[in-house]
Design a protein around this ligand. Structure first.
Ligand SMILES: [Zn+2]
Length: 305
């Protein structure tokens, strides 16, 4: 999109050069699709790039309509990072308009991390897009982020690389911490029952079974058949608790919990960070919050707790 403005921009630069002895190089501008990716990109970019976000903290990444500030940010950016695997169906319009003019990088689609299929809902057997929910999945995003930023701003490649290494070390510690914290949950309680299949990668990484009402939030929610199927599953196998997420309507899981007389715990943060004063202000805080919630609700207490 910027190419359309490039002639005007070149003229402006020429005028500035004529009137000033030196012009500072403008920093790389990056737009990210939602709050989780924005946090990871900011950690790698540091002060060597400006990072904007389309879907802000607290809002569901699956369902969004671009607003005028979003459009302006997209017009002015050098680069877009998004998740891909159709997590952001509202980005299709942007892709159609910008065609090849604006680099748009789908982190999950380029990440060196094995995909899991959606096992429920309208998009069954497609790749489950929520790869960031496993810290090693997020680390694979970081690899793509650092390579892309370095290609666009090679002068800062060393700084990007250093920050990416630090972040990946943090993610490894996070992974080990979660494993340790949830390791004491008895096998019979290792069950995550949620509205959306967004916890699949987390469940896979930490040895939980998961059951969800639907695959992704942008499909029709709370269908009667899905509700009945989950009721049948819960009648057969009773986990200690059911969970709801911060960006999904609570009513479906609340109805299930009442029907089968099980406690409802939440919210889990999956598709959005919380605001800066909330329990999931950044990626690491989000996974730690979820871990503590699971630990409390599924009976993770051990003698040494
Ligand atoms: Zn989701």
């Amino acid at each position: 999109m910027r190419n359309k403005l490039i002639n005007v921009g070149s003229l402006l630069v020429a005028l500035l050069l004529a009137s000033a002895p030196a012009v500072a190089e403008s920093p790389l501008r990056v737009v990210t699709s939602f709050s989780v990716i924005a946090d990871l990109v900011k950690r790698v970019a540091g002060d060597n790039a400006s990072v904007d976000v389309i879907v802000p903290p607290g809002e569901d990444v699956h369902r969004w309509e671009l607003n005028p500030p979003n459009v302006l940010a997209l017009e002015e950016t050098d680069l877009v990072f998004y998740n891909g695997f159709d997590l952001e169906p509202w980005l299709r319009d942007v892709q159609a308009i910008v065609e090849d003019e604006l680099p748009m990088v789908a982190l999950a689609e380029h990440a060196d991390y094995p995909t899991l299929p959606l096992t429920v809902g309208r998009y069954e057997n497609s790749a489950n897009p929520h790869m960031w929910m496993a810290p090693q999945g997020a680390a694979a995003y970081v690899d793509v982020i650092v390579d892309t930023l370095s290609a666009h701003a090679p002068d800062h490649a060393e700084a990007f690389g250093q920050r990416a290494d630090e972040l990946k070390e943090t993610l490894e510690e996070l992974d080990a911490g979660i494993r340790e914290r949830l390791g004491g949950i008895p096998q019979t309680n290792r069950s995550l029952v949620t509205s959306e299949a967004g916890v699949a990668y987390f469940a896979d990484a930490y040895d939980f079974e998961y059951t969800a009402l639907w695959g992704v939030n942008h499909e029709t929610l709370g269908k009667a058949a899905a509700m009945a199927r989950l009721q049948a599953t819960l009648a057969d196998k009773r986990p200690p608790a059911l969970f709801y997420e911060s960006t999904t309507p609570k009513i479906h899981m609340d109805a299930q919990a009442r029907y089968v007389d099980l406690p409802l715990a939440g919210p889990l943060y999956v598709d959005a960070l919380s605001g800066s004063d909330g329990p999931a202000a950044d990626y690491v805080a989000m996974l730690r919050h979820n871990t503590e919630l699971l630990h409390a609700a599924l009976g993770g207490a051990r003698e040494d707790d």
